[in-house]
Design a protein around this ligand. Sequence first.
Ligand SMILES: [Zn+2]
Length: 100
Amino acid sequence: MKPKQKPNADYIKNSLNPLDFYNHELPNARIKRDGWNDGGLCPFHVDKAIGSFRINITTGAFKCFACGESGSDIIAFTMALHGLHFMDALAHLADDWGLI
Ligand SMILES: [Zn+2]
């Protein structure tokens, strides 16, 4: 039996542009430039007004100034959004984006 290939964090981060990722995950985001942008409605709390959720399309970091959810990259975003552990988040991203 062949060992199952484990998703690799560096490979996923290098293959998946935060801009493409957030355009897909956050259709309400208003991305205008490199770095920090308006992420639209926060997916981590019941958000009724745009303005408190920010995403960084250069690094993949995200932060909500209303509920306090934050993370440093798209893997952290996936973990928080789906309640996954690190390796499961990698597998989820690899699956979603066909990276393995
Ligand atoms: Zn929030």
